[in-house]
Design a protein around this ligand. Structure first.
Ligand SMILES: [Zn+2]
Length: 155
């Protein structure tokens, strides 16, 4: 896999870690538009990554605070995969990517920013997207595109 050049992520890397778990807090706040929560199911939900590796970067997490896959129950597992599939369908229809990176980083060593609450990354990829990414250097531009993206993919 090519490395994506994502300079706006420096804010995330430098930001002081907020107390508590954002994957638990955000759905409880009932501010789905502000938190970019896209879809709520019974056991899992999806939200836009506000520090995206690429346009259309969506995260899917269980509501329950669970660190590893083997702690999910049967219904959560099924719904998690269903929502990954549903998310790729929505992104395909709207953003027309050429491919996806879909995956999880389990544990800090594996690169998880938040390792206590598991989440699946769905990252759309376009041919030569490593070339167009440097155009998007302003955080402001990214946050505007997040709002736009949210309106586009919110069912
Ligand atoms: Zn949590």
């Amino acid at each position: 896999m090519d490395n994506l050049w994502a300079p706006w992520r420096i804010q995330y890397i430098q930001a002081k870690k907020t107390k508590g778990c954002i994957f638990c807090q955000k759905p409880k706040q009932k501010k789905d538009r502000i938190n970019y929560i896209v879809v709520r199911k019974k056991y899992v939900y999806s939200l836009l990554n506000i520090f995206p590796y690429n346009n259309g970067h969506v995260l899917i997490a269980p509501f329950r605070h669970v660190a590893e896959l083997d702690k999910l129950n049967g219904e959560e597992k099924l719904e998690l995969l269903d929502l990954v599939i549903e998310t790729t369908k929505i992104l395909k229809a709207i953003l027309k990517p050429h491919g996806f990176n879909i995956g999880m980083n389990v544990g800090k060593t594996a690169g998880a920013g938040i390792d206590a609450h598991l989440h699946v990354h769905v990252v759309p990829r376009w041919n030569a997207d490593t070339n167009f990414m440097p155009v998007l250097t302003e955080t402001k531009i990214i946050s505007q595109s997040l709002d736009e993206l949210y309106r586009m993919i919110k069912p």
